[in-house]
Each structure stands twice: as C-alpha cells, then as structure tokens.
Design a protein around this ligand. Structure first.
Ligand SMILES: Cc1cc2nc3c(=O)[nH]c(=O)nc-3n(C[C@H](O)[C@H](O)[C@H](O)COP(=O)(O)OP(=O)(O)OC[C@H]3O[C@@H](n4cnc5c(N)ncnc54)[C@H](O)[C@@H]3O)c2cc1C
Length: 439
C-alpha cells in the first residue's frame, strides 16, 4: 500500500497548481512535499493542451488567460517570465448582418436602426422598472428581460445563450453570470448605441498568453517543476472508500491518503465511491452539464477573421455560437500566410458534423475569409464531454448536499469540474494555490 499526505486526482491546471505550490512550500515545510498526482491521460495539462496538425496549433478551443489576482499574476510570472505576452482583446459579434463590438448590450451602434431603437427602448424601460423595485429573476431569460429589456434579450441573449448552453434560457438560472456577463448601466448602453466604444468593458479586455507553443506551453512549464516520481500518468482511480481514505488505482495499487484533492468531474468522482450515502448519490444524479463539439480549421490564407480573435455568432442560421482565431492572437500558431481557427457548437444541437462543416465554410465565404475549398488544410471535429456546468433549478440544492459531505471526508473537490462551477484557468490555479496554502 502506498501512503501519501495529499493525493491529487487530475493533472490539469488545478492539479498542477496544487502540486506546484505544495512542492514550493515543502522547502520550509518538508511534509507538504509528500503528495502523489494521478492522471488518466499520458500527458499533463488537461484542457490546457495544444494539438499541432500540419504546423497549425489548436488549443481545446480558445484558452485565453485573464488574470485578476496579484498572487496568480506573480505565479504566472514566476513560471513563464518573458515567455508570456499581453494581448488586447479584439472580439466582435456577427448579428443582423453586421459586425459589432463586444459586448452586444453595450455596442448597439451599427445594427439596423429598428433593432437599435427596440433594444434601447427595452433597456430604458428595464432600467426604470429596476429603479422602482429590486430585481428578482426566476431564470436566466427573466434576468435578461429585467436587466437589459426585451430588445437585447430577444435579439442577442436568448439566441446566443440557447446555442451556448444547448437548452432554453428558461431552464437555467442567472447564477453563472455574475462575473462573466458585462452589465452596463443605461448610460453606458446609450453611449454604445451612439457609437462610443468602451474597449475595457467586461472581464476579458486583455489576456495573457504564451509567446510560443499555445496554452500548453504554460501547463508544460508548471509540469516541469514536478518530480516525475510523484506523478502517475495513464492511471485512474477505480474505487474510493472515503471513510477509510483509501483509493484503489487502475494499476492495482492501493493508496492511503490524508487529504484528497480532486479536479476530475464531480459526477465521475462520486460514482467511484463505495461508501456514498444515498442522499449524496441522489444529489449526484441531479448534476447536469453540456458537452461540446468543436472544430479545428487550418486555412491557407492570412488573417481569416481579419484581426479578430473571437467572434460571437447568435444568428440561428448558423449552428455554431463562436468562432475564433489562434493565429490572430499569436501569428506563430499557424504556418506563414495561414490561419488556425476554432469553431464551437453545443453537442446536443442536432446538425451532423458534415452540416456544421458546410455551414462554417458558407459563413467564411460570405465574409470573403475563404475562397477555394483547397485553402482548407485542416478541418477536424473534436469533443469535450464536460463543457459547461448547467445552473438549473437543482444546482444549488445538489451541491449543498454533496460538497459539505466531501469536505467532512477531507476531500477537496476543486477546479471547474471538481467544484462543478463556471470557472476560468485562473480560478483553477487559485484553487490549487489556496489549498496548498491552507494546508
Ligand atoms: C471550451 C472551453 C473554453 C475555455 N476557455 C477558457 C478561456 O478562454 N480562459 C479561461 O481562463 N478558461 C477557459 N476555460 C476554462 C478552463 O479550461 C478551466 O477552468 C481549466 O482548464 C480547468 O482546469 P482543471 O484542472 O480544473 O480541469 P481539467 O483541465 O479538465 O483537468 C482535469 C484533469 O483530470 C483528468 N481526469 C479526468 N478524469 C480522470 C480520472 N478518472 N482519473 C484521473 N484523471 C482524470 C483529465 O485528464 C484532466 O487532465 C474554457 C473551458 C472550456 C471547456
């Protein structure tokens, strides 16, 4: 039987940050260096890996690092130094036949005038109503109606989010969007309707990204600090006894741990438990998420999407909700005079892969970003089983049953899929850091 103080499941950014910070703290507290990381794949990095096909680099769709916390800025600087660069966001929305600035609700200028009028009047009415009484939203659509008004809700929020979440906006709550959805006030909405652009709006006005190699360069650099004998690749837990703090691995080994840090999807973790109480098992069956289908495109043509890094596509005509360009952020992510792109589609939308591909090509042609089919050098479909956690009516009650139970067992379920949240790479880094510091 193996013994470890901290057993870590998953070698994405959450697991990597946990191990990195434990290793660092072990310089003054040697017992913290007693950790073991278990990773299913034959490589570390999780979602922050980069595929290279014919010289085109593809992250698992756009992975732009937005840093808010000084500790995480220092961490990224420690591991990457000058190999990281700052990039100013260039994102747009394709809607009603025009490209507008992000976010839609703050950049109505340029849309057909009847659309601008409808959105603006709806926003004014919503602002008046909100000033009279505090808002209490039944679901995400209701939140949008009360916060932004009918025009913005019908013209953007509902079509875009229906495509993103793969379900009706009435099925989800607004709890996911506190940080991620810009909420301009009526003065800012009016300014945007007149064409005054605020390039700093939203949480993602700038991002940090490796100068070379895609986002994987960052994960690999952290991984480089970890002693190889504390990492088991191509290994999974096959059963867990939370009460005994024991895990059986696919290698047949049994590990006795003091603390378990896990970033594997929460529903998968709980299915491995041999001593799970019924109420926790029932709560687990309530957790929902979207699966994602995305496509990698390598196109032999410079500056596809002009200089835009990502484009939101709310129009129902197209099955995809977002299309982005890696090489518009860092030119070396595609061969010379070429572009590397990604296209995202919620998996439970019906079109076949071939229909999606035809639609992407049509979209690119309409914008004169694609000529001859021979320019398409890479066109490949990929799947992400756990994409976006769905915040539905059962979300909080299920988590309120599961997480305190796990905490009592010394199990720290962290990261986007461990904590079952809508979270970023920085959050994953922060989770690992906070755990190590807490210990
Ligand atoms: C489409 C998409 C786009 C995104 N874009 C951005 C962005 O632009 N900016 C941003 O900041 N964030 C973005 N994110 C969020 C970001 O990817 C995550 O917050 C972060 O990478 C999560 O890291 P993690 O380590 O918690 O999870 P993961 O990266 O999922 O790592 C979990 C690890 O656990 C391993 N694992 C799973 N099951 C088992 C098992 N049974 N046994 C052992 N190991 C297992 C996996 O192989 C993986 O290595 C995006 C997410 C998605 C889905």
């Amino acid at each position: 039987m193996l013994q470890t103080k901290t057993l870590i499941f998953g070698g994405g950014l959450t697991g990597l940050s946990t191990a990195y910070h434990l290793e660092k703290l072990a310089k003054t507290r040697p017992e913290l260096g007693n950790w073991l990381l278990i990773e299913r794949d034959n490589q570390l990095g999780g979602l922050t890996r980069t595929e290279i096909i014919r010289g085109y680099h593809f992250d698992h769709t756009g992975h732009w690092l937005h840093l808010r916390h000084p500790e995480m800025k220092a961490f990224v600087n420690d591991v990457m130094g000058d190999d990281m660069m700052q990039v100013a966001r260039k994102s747009r929305i394709w809607s009603h036949g025009v490209l507008t600035h992000f976010p839609f609700q703050q950049n109505l200028h340029g849309l057909p005038l009847d659309v601008v009028h409808e959105c603006l009047m709806g926003a004014v009415e919503a602002a008046i109503d909100e000033a009279k009484a505090p808002m209490d939203a039944a679901n995400f659509k209701d939140f949008c109606l009360k916060r932004f008004g009918k025009g913005i809700t019908d013209r953007f929020m509902v079509p875009y989010n229906t495509k993103l979440w793969g379900c009706e906006p009435e099925e989800i709550t607004a709890d996911w969007c506190s940080r991620f959805l810009p909420r301009p006030n009526i003065s800012q909405i009016a300014a945007g309707a007149l064409g005054i652009v605020d390039d700093q709006a939203g949480y993602n006005a700038h991002f940090t990204y490796p100068r070379k190699g895609g986002i994987e360069a960052f994960a690999s650099r952290i991984a480089g600090y970890l002693p190889a004998d504390k990492v088991k690749l191509s290994t999974t837990p096959v059963s867990i006894h939370f009460g005994n703090r024991q895990v059986t691995l696919s290698s047949g080994e049994v590990v006795q741990y003091e603390h378990l840090v896990t970033s594997i999807p929460l529903p998968e973790l709980l299915k491995l438990a041999t001593d799970l109480p019924d109420n926790v098992r029932n709560a687990n069956s309530q957790l929902r998420c979207t699966s994602l289908r995305y496509l990698n495109y390598g196109i032999k043509r410079a500056n596809v999407l002009d200089d835009i890094q990502w484009l939101y596509v709310p129009e129902n005509k197209y099955p995809f909700y977002r299309i982005g360009s890696f090489s518009n952020a860092v030119a070396s992510l595609a061969p010379e005079n070429s572009s590397s792109l990604y296209v995202e589609v919620a998996n439970n939308m019906s079109p076949t892969d071939d229909e999606v591909k035809a639609s992407v090509r049509e979209f690119l042609r309409e914008h004169k970003w694609l000529g001859d089919d021979a320019e398409v050098e890479v066109e490949e479909v990929r799947h992400i089983k756990y994409g976006y956690v769905i915040f539905d009516a059962n979300y909080f009650s299920a988590k309120e049953t599961i997480l305190p139970y796990l905490f009592e067992q010394n199990v720290h379920s962290l990261g986007r899929y461990g904590a079952w949240v809508y979270a970023s790479m920085e959050d994953a880094l922060m989770d690992g850091y906070a755990f190590a510091r807490g210990l």
